[in-house]
Design a protein around this ligand. Structure first.
Ligand SMILES: Cc1cc2nc3c(=O)[nH]c(=O)nc-3n(C[C@H](O)[C@H](O)[C@H](O)COP(=O)(O)O)c2cc1C
Length: 188
């Protein structure tokens, strides 16, 4: 698949078929994702893959952010969309696996940001590779509202949460959201 085609055609998927995704495939995608650039080449990411009871535990924790998210969604989305998002937090759209990406957290904020950006680049790599493999995924930062609880559950409270990403075989074909603006400014 051409890179630009993969970038343009990747969509956020929120409904999945129940079929499992082979462990080797997920590991292969993660190993590819780890080729992301990172500040001072720290490679600050860590990847957790949760299935079964661990995935259900995570959904229980993630649901804790719904009230907070709803406050913002009321400003942005209609009721149908809000109901969909609320339901999504309960079962991750039936995804058979959930990827959680966490990052190192250096003491100074400026280095924390570098760490977050590198691990976010790894997450985007993962999304593109998953798309190329025919998988769907949804990078979620809504659970940042319950970041401490997620990190505590994973046993890495000293890290930062980059996102929770349900993955699986897509059971929907969402429309392509148009680009909102072309915010490019050249100066000489
Ligand atoms: C950093 C980031 C955080 C996101 N958080 C959420 C989330 O918490 N819940 C969700 O349903 N989608 C989330 N999304 C998915 C966006 O809603 C989606 O990318 C956007 O609507 C554009 O759709 P597309 O990915 O199909 O192009 C997130 C995406 C990104 C990049």
């Amino acid at each position: 698949m051409e890179l630009l085609q993969a970038i343009k055609e990747r969509r956020t998927i929120r409904r999945f078929k129940p079929d499992p995704v082979p462990r080797e495939l997920i590991e292969q995608l993660i190993h590819g994702a780890m080729w992301a650039p990172s500040a001072m080449n720290e490679q600050p990411w860590k990847f957790y893959v949760l299935t079964g009871a661990a995935k259900a535990d995570l959904a229980n924790i993630a649901e804790g952010c719904i009230e907070k998210l709803d406050l913002r969604m009321q400003k942005l989305f209609n009721e149908k969309m809000r109901t969909m998002v609320r339901g999504y937090f309960k079962d991750f759209g039936g995804a058979p696996a959930v990827l959680v990406v966490v990052t190192k957290m250096p003491e100074e904020r400026v280095y924390q940001r570098g760490s977050e950006y590198g691990s976010s680049a790894a997450m985007q790599n993962f999304l593109l590779l998953a798309h190329e493999a025919g998988l769907g995924a949804c990078w979620m930062t809504g659970p940042l509202w319950v970041e401490d609880a997620v990190l505590e559950y994973l046993g890495c409270p000293e890290r930062g949460l980059i996102g929770i990403t349900p993955i699986g075989w897509p059971d929907q074909t969402p429309p392509t959201p148009p680009r909102k603006h072309q915010d490019i400014e050249w100066r000489e």
